[in-house]
Write a protein that binds this ligand. Structure first.
Ligand code: GLP
Length: 241
């Protein structure tokens, strides 16, 4: 894992945007693996800025997102589809038909998950997968558990994640209790992984990921086994390493 420690959130966002921009520039039809949450918002803003300055062209790019709540409709302002449209897709020239987010309204969940996974392969695999990390070490919605699922699947959210994500909803009771998420193997199929972490509340997760044992109790601990992971972490998040 290549680790870059930066001063703060803004610097993390700029460095991350530069990294994604390099991938997009060298391969205009690249497949971007995208993440949601607070962490990548600044990176998306930087990418939009570069686009507005005429430095980026998303017209040939494709994207697949890591996860989505279940059940949720795409027009719900807490859905990850809504988030992606708001922070990136509506602000750049990506063809939305080429952007994929798990469908929070899917009736046949198993069939949808299979098709989602097959689509990642049909696109040629993800060139760079952007990842955040949960306070409990989750990636996507792969929560700490006795076992981790390989491919895209439906999962129950842990109490800690429901609590953490309740800040976006009117109340904790409104947070969906399930989600669709790419699995650990789906994430590992990406050629490059860009992991972003900011803030003191992630410091323990970063310590566990880098210094703890490799364990399904900390899904992020597996990332050290991938051969091309770049971690951009701010000082506060790196403070316990
Ligand atoms: C969420 C998402 C993850 C995200 C993580 C951290 O629940 N499913 O993809 O990386 O939690 O979120 P944040 O960046 O808001 O701290």
């Amino acid at each position: 894992m290549k680790i870059t420690v930066v001063k703060n959130y803004d610097e993390m966002s700029r460095e991350a945007a530069k990294y994604v921009a390099e991938t997009l520039t060298s391969k205009p039809d690249c497949v971007l693996g995208l993440a949601t949450g607070d962490t990548p918002i600044g990176m998306y803003a930087e990418l939009v800025k570069m686009y507005n300055e005429g430095k980026l062209d998303f017209s040939k790019a494709r994207s697949v997102n890591l996860d989505e709540y279940y059940p949720i409709t795409p027009d719900n302002d807490q859905s990850y589809r809504y988030f992606m449209n708001y922070h990136l897709f509506d602000k750049v020239n990506i063809n939305k038909a080429n952007t994929y987010v798990p469908d929070g309204t899917a009736k046949d969940v198993e069939a949808h998950c299979k098709a989602y996974e097959a689509n990642i392969d049909a696109l040629g695999g993800v060139d760079v997968q952007v990842l955040g990390i949960g306070r409990n070490g989750h990636i996507g919605f792969n929560e700490p558990d006795a076992e981790l699922v390989r491919g895209t699947h439906l999962t129950a959210l842990t109490k800690s994640t429901i609590e953490a994500n309740s800040r976006f909803f009117a109340s904790e009771a409104d947070v969906p209790k399930h989600a669709l998420t790419m699995g650990i193997e789906s994430v590992f199929k990406a050629r490059k992984i860009l992991l972003l972490v900011s803030g003191a509340n992630k410091a323990e997760a970063v310590r566990a990921m880098l210094k703890g044992n490799i364990s399904t109790n900390c899904p992020a601990s597996f990332l050290g086994l991938h051969n091309d992971v770049v971690l951009i972490c701010d000082e506060a998040a790196y403070s316990l390493v």
